[in-house]
Design a protein around this ligand. Structure first.
Ligand SMILES: Cc1cc2nc3c(=O)[nH]c(=O)nc-3n(C[C@H](O)[C@H](O)[C@H](O)COP(=O)(O)OP(=O)(O)OC[C@H]3O[C@@H](n4cnc5c(N)ncnc54)[C@H](O)[C@@H]3O)c2cc1C
Length: 496
């Protein structure tokens, strides 16, 4: 039986990101993917939020995405735009870039890292024992792996076969989304009526002076809320025409669809992200309404949280218990996403009472402090993992500071390109001895002259040193001594 240290089921955005993270750490990882190529029939997700751009920047690949997309303010809550241009980040914006392009670029990176992808095959089941997992494939073969990660989307076979519960809320509303040709000109833009939100745009657009401007030609991207909750299964052109006629009295001569899909406001989350040697990430672990554009972003960030932990376990530098911190850290993040999508779906209801609440929330969000808090939540910049009491940086994202090191100026994120942890010493060189971890942790002496500013919190006290995990979150903060450093190194990067 062929084998890999880790098998990733599903090569969507989450599976690709995870495979890249594992490959960077030298892990023998392979992806099993049902699709014959990375092409997607439709555009799906519309782009990236600020924290995801930062995460890609930490690996030195943000420019691949930025050069193909449109930088624009994308954060919003229940339709109220939330500008983040004053946020202390190198990327105080989102990126408009369709999922098919995001996947193509991610797949290019994974290709550079020489990750094998078993295409046109599905994971059909698995059996796990004390030393590994036998992963069954649809072509009748099997793969042996130490760990299996289900990145196989919302209907995850891995989740179901692992017996992991998926509690949550059933859908209350459904919408059709499609890419079609329109014979007649619709009213371009976003519209609301008693049924909900509908929109007409073009797949191709530009951002000019912060505004989306659709190109004059090319396929239209149509969104229409259905009168009644649509059935599970693939919608047809007839479903789309009927839904358009119900709202507009015409289907605008819609024809030649390249993609028709139905999404709902179903909200469910895996009760456990781990079942011994099987883990879940991305849509396999959480599904919710696309409002706010958070699904792909949350999945990519799940992958970045899990990748280095799993790599250390496979490389035998950290105990298997470090994998439990994956659920402990990422389950609350997605639970919060579910909560904010439930709230937004409720606020989008079109009755007068709900409209009054929505207007009230919009008024609250026009004030600076609420705007900053909600914008940080929607853009992923406010995530804090519970690493105990201490300096505000503890458990939060490390800012991409401009440092001066022995070799000259450098950015913090450059130090994370190889996905290796960093102990950044910002006072006199030579103050730390981490010899037992020298094979695992980079020790960098540098200086930083500017302010330490975090989203929402504003300015915080300058630390003397920080221990940065490969995912860019701060695991320990120095106050002029090394108190607690050995414990943090042992917890996250294994025994001396
Ligand atoms: C209309 C719409 C708009 C959206 N807009 C946004 C947005 O703006 N921003 C955002 O962040 N998110 C958005 N999302 C959500 C986003 O598309 C998903 O969250 C994202 O695709 C999840 O990525 P994933 O890799 O976890 O899962 P998926 O993208 O579902 O990938 C799973 C992969 O696994 C493969 N697979 C499945 N089963 C098996 C199996 N048994 N064996 C092998 N392979 C298998 C599939 O072929 C697929 O390639 C939107 C979604 C929709 C529907």
């Amino acid at each position: 039986m062929a084998g890999h240290a880790v098998v990733v089921a599903g090569g969507g955005p989450t599976g690709l990101m995870l495979a890249g993270e594992l490959a960077l750490a030298g892990v023998d990882v392979a992806i099993v993917e049902r699709r014959a190529s990375q092409d997607l029939p439709g555009s799906r997700a519309g782009g990236l939020h600020s924290r995801t751009i930062e995460v890609l920047d930490q690996r030195g690949i943000a420019d691949r995405f930025l050069s193909e997309g449109q930088v624009v303010q994308v954060a919003a809550f229940a339709g109220t735009p939330l500008d983040i241009s004053d946020f202390p980040t190198r990327h105080p914006y989102g990126l408009g870039l369709w999922q098919n392009h995001i996947e193509r670029i991610l797949a290019g990176w994974v290709g550079d890292l020489e990750v094998p992808i078993y295409r046109e095959r599905e994971v059909t089941g698995f059996a796990q024992d004390d030393t590994g997992v036998d992963v069954e494939l649809s072509d009748g073969t099997s793969l042996r792996a130490e760990y299996l990660v289900g990145c196989d989307g919302g209907r995850s076979l891995v989740r179901r076969a692992a017996g992991i519960e998926f509690p949550g809320w059933d859908p209350t509303t459904s919408s059709l989304i499609a890419e079609v040709e329109l014979a007649e000109e619709p009213e371009w833009g976003i519209h609301r009526d008693a049924l909900g939100v509908h929109s007409f745009g073009r797949v191709e657009y530009e951002v000019r002076d912060g505004e989306v401007v659709y190109l004059d030609a090319g396929p239209a991207r149509v969104l229409v809320t259905e009168e009644h909750l649509g059935p599970v299964g693939e919608p047809t052109m007839r479903d789309l025409s009927e839904a358009l006629i119900a709202v507009w009295g015409t289907d605008y001569g819609a024809h030649s669809p390249t993609w028709i899909s139905r999404f709902t406001d179903i909200a469910r989350q895996a009760a456990a992200y781990r079942e011994r040697r099987v883990l879940l990430a991305g849509d396999a672990a959480h599904v919710h309404s696309p409002v706010g554009g958070q699904g792909l972003n949350t999945g990519v960030q799940d992958a970045v949280n899990l990748g280095w932990k799993l790599a250390q376990v496979v490389n035998r530098t950290a105990p298997d218990s470090v994998l439990d911190t994956y659920h402990a850290e990422r389950h609350p993040v997605a639970a919060r996403v579910l909560r904010n999508t439930l709230a937004q779906v409720a606020l989008f209801r079109q009755d007068e009472h709900t409209k009054a609440v929505r207007d009230t929330i919009a008024e609250v969000l026009s004030m600076d402090e609420p705007r900053r808090r909600f914008a940080a939540m929607m853009s992923g910049l406010d995530i804090q993992y519970d690493l105990g009491e201490g300096h505000p940086l503890l458990g939060r994202r490390m800012p991409d500071l401009d440092l001066v090191a022995a070799d000259g100026p450098m950015r913090v994120f450059t130090l994370l390109h190889d996905a290796r942890p960093v102990l950044l010493n910002l006072v006199e060189p030579g103050g730390f001895d981490i010899t037992p971890w020298a094979d695992r942790v980079q020790l960098i002496d540098a200086s930083y002259a500017g302010d330490w500013e975090l989203p929402v919190l504003g300015q915080v006290a300058a630390p003397s040193a920080v221990l940065i995990r490969p995912d860019g979150y701060v695991a320990w903060v120095g106050d002029g001594t090394d108190t607690g450093l050995r414990d943090a190194l042992t917890t996250w990067f294994g025994s001396p």
